[in-house]
Design a protein around this ligand. Sequence first.
Ligand SMILES: [Zn+2]
Length: 372
Amino acid sequence: MKKIFTFVMAMMVMAFSMGAKDMDSLLPVRGFAIEAPSVRDVDLFVRFIEEDLAQARVNLLILRVDWNYAYQSHPELQDEHPLTQADVDKLVAACQKNGIRLVPQINLLGHQSWAKETYALLKNYPEFDETPSIRTEEHYSKWPNEYGLYCKSYCPLHPDVHRVVFDVVDEICEAFHSDAFHAGMDEVFYIGMDECPRCKGKDRSELFAGEVNAIRSHLADKGRQLMIWGDRLLDGRTTGLGEWEASYNDTWRAVDMISKDVLICDWHYERADLSAVYFAMKGLPVVSCGYRDPEISIQQVMDMMKFRAQAPDEMKDHLCGYVHTIWSSAGRFLRSYYGMGGNRPGAPRPPRQDGSVEAAKAVLTYFRELAD
Ligand SMILES: [Zn+2]
């Protein structure tokens, strides 16, 4: 902890020496991405917005909602005890009051299952499944497995899939009063599969880009921006970034096929990789994203500011900022963040000891000092 503190202090001194008074110019986007809270944690989450995100001058909050909302257009897709409009209104009000752009996320294309559980879209519409012969309950044991099953995908070429998906996208954007939508689209391992009669033999980069552009166009018609994770747009072998943070499945050429107004959330958790510059040089707006290592996360923030300081104006505009990510549930994260006990009956599991809380605190502290 002392090492982290010393490191953060050193970074702050560097920031001040850069003349860090104008943080909007140094780092225009200062974001936080986390799962949307469950109903019982909404008030605690509002406290986090008001006391912590606002104080740190965070100006973008991406919430993974998925099926945790009482959808009117497709009630069959909602989780048990989903957020209601009244719950969402509290989040919207807290963000609006503090100048935070609130953006909902639903995982599209990939991440339609997790381990042995198939999620609502493919459970209700099994005809959209890219790999219907692979059954999560039966075929998932651990990763890796002989089926290459990490998460299921929907088929982007199914003629009815967008009718359903775009209904819920529109509804969640309206519920959140949002001018943007995050579609996830990370770690898509099942795409262009041989068992899909529509996708078999098709170019996977074209399939991926086609889905990005279809979602983007739908949003653009209503004046909204699309955000996605960047991993499928990086060549995992050439870069050495591997098959998670980058792609082994021939989707990376899509980087030259997607619309230039899609915001790329370029996540790297093992090192402060420099791929944000690659996206910016392709003309795509990009934010760097970190997670559970305080030193790597702060390095990513610093790198982004350094890139901006050194870049020509044309590219500087594409190097937008930094978004910190959290991958445990919001309740679990917040209880750990605030040092609340997690052992009472019915309480969420205790937080992971994975550095994510320390990293979040380091980044928010860094933002706060930058603003002073
Ligand atoms: Zn297909």
